[in-house]
Write a protein that binds this ligand. Structure first.
Ligand code: FAD
Length: 269
């Protein structure tokens, strides 16, 4: 099936920390934007050689929170897509498509649901908030969040509130390299450190794990859950990685050598 592209206009940006932005978009010509929490959108733009490339970003907005969708984007050094997104201002437009993906909360009732995120890997879980609250009526939900520095605990207050007000939702955050200015009094290390605490809650046939973040974390955590007996179906993953740049379709074709940013136009004030 052909992919449907649409322009999305930036309606709000805010810094979540020094290198992560929460950016809200309104798809043009759409009355609303339907997606299932956990899905992602793609942005499309041209690289330095004029070849169109894409990047994927999980939707971090809870459905109904905004008219369109929000993304939570970490700026990667020399990263094409993330630098482009961090440079967007309110009124700028970008070519997008979606929603895509099947990293969604299954409609089932295991005893324990274990969500594991590093950094912006928290985005799809934030979008799942209402489903998580609903699921906590019949399952214990564990949200494990790992970051390097204390200020990178994205949406930390929101998760603390869920932990405080929902008896079956347990938020655990861990920082691997806290700095003095972080004033971090919590656990130090990696998300794997929570596995002992959760030992009694990782039971084949009664636990589902959802892992989201950079590939090394996913691979390490998947191994932990496999060692504890969970099968493939019980471990769901979303790896945050970029696709390899496509080659030019025809090197002899007139090359668009000039770099064209994906920001098509600025909205008139
Ligand atoms: C389904 C899906 C959902 C995603 N959702 C999000 C999301 O919600 N938020 C988000 O920020 N990203 C998300 N990503 C990752 C995103 O698509 C890009 O891979 C990321 O933004 C880097 O792209 P870039 O073009 O800026 O860097 P690139 O030009 O692709 O990479 C530049 C260099 O940075 C390295 N690099 C790439 N990613 C990282 C990283 N995360 N940390 C450190 N170094 C890195 C690369 O190895 C490369 O050397 C998602 C990926 C997928 C597949």
């Amino acid at each position: 099936m052909a992919r449907t592209y649409f322009q999305s206009v930036v309606v709000q940006t805010r810094d979540l920390c020094s290198n992560v932005k929460h950016i809200t978009f309104a798809p043009e010509g759409e009355e609303g934007f339907d997606y299932i929490p956990g899905q992602f959108v793609m942005i499309h733009f041209q690289n330095e050689e004029g070849v169109e490339i894409n990047r994927s970003y999980s939707i971090s907005a809870v459905p109904g929170e905004v008219g369109g969708f929000s993304l939570c984007v970490k700026r990667v050094d020399f990263g094409k897509g993330s630098t482009l997104l961090h440079g967007l201002r309110v009124g700028d437009e970008i070519k997008t498509s979606g929603p895509f993906g099947r990293f969604t909360l299954r409609d089932e009732s295991p005893d324990d649901i274990i969500l594991v995120a590093t950094g912006t890997g928290i985005a799809p879980f934030r979008s799942m908030r209402d489903q998580i609250i609903k699921a906590s009526a019949h399952s214990r939900v564990w949200m494990l969040m790992g970051v390097r520095h204390g200020d990178e605990l994205l949406y930390h207050d929101e998760w603390q509130d869920l932990d405080a007000f929902c008896p079956n939702i347990h938020y655990r955050a861990i920082v691997s390299q806290p700095r003095p200015e972080d004033n971090w009094g919590g656990p130090v290390g990696y998300v794997t450190a929570f596995m002992d605490e959760l030992a009694d809650h990782i039971v084949p046939g009664r636990t589902t794990a959802y892992l989201c973040g950079v590939p090394p974390m996913i691979d390490a955590m998947r191994d932990v859950f496999v060692e504890r007996g969970l099968n493939r179906r019980e471990i769901r993953t979303e790896k945050f990685a970029s696709p390899p740049d496509p080659k030019k379709a025809d090197e002899a074709a007139p090359a668009a050598v000039e770099f064209k940013p994906a920001i098509i136009k600025k909205k008139k004030p």
